[in-house]
Write a new protein. Sequence first.
Length: 272
Amino acid sequence: MFNFSMLAADRAAAGLDQKIRLCSELQISNMELNDELEGKSIADWSGEEVEYGRNQLIANHKKIVLLNGSRPVTDYEYYKKLLAKALLLHVEHVKVTVRGTGDAAVEGARAEGGRSAGLWAEPGEDEIEALRKLATAARVQGIGLVVENDSSSCLSDDRKLTALYNRIKDENTAVIYNPLEFVRVKAHPFFHAFYNSKLKGKIRFLRVNDGLFADGRPVLPGEGNAEVKELASILLKRSYKGYFSFTPYMPDSDPALYRSMLDRFHKMLMEL
């Protein structure tokens, strides 16, 4: 009924085998992975490494639903290799990084010693063209591209996400909706960002996280201002088929902390 996915913290589970084991312990079948595992990029995996990874996923009833690219969207050759490996591993989505290389980004980097760069930056033309090119390549291979709102990037709020979509005009590119990152720019994730958004139907992942308006500090789901319960409720009422995503957003993310996050969210769902 509900699709849960998880990105296992490296400190809790270093390699692919350990991450699979942790997901199994938490009864989660849908995995998220960062590009780099134990010091090596998945984009550079050999044929033998890809085969081993694929076999481990099959044997343990796991699926990679999100692979996080670690390099700028303008590095086409890197993403070309990453998409090729993603296809072999039957990955559903690849996340790309758009940081902002437009003229406003230069000014933003100067503001308050760089701390306000995300509020000023905008995607550069080189990033837009690269994203369009990658969207075409991903669509041909049946892989979805996703971008995520990030308070420190040029996609710090819903308005900027919407502007990006208006420029690329690609139905295959979707959104990772991160409530904590909206909290960090003092926006209400549900009552402001989601309620007014034109991208409601493009959300493929909802980060199950939370934080405080006062200082952006992360807290357990339900303890902060991220309105996670309200977001889950409205998405499910809209027949949401995407993923509820659990990530190591808090310090010292270990198996016990993941279990606490899951338990709290389970309770929220039961109360809807």
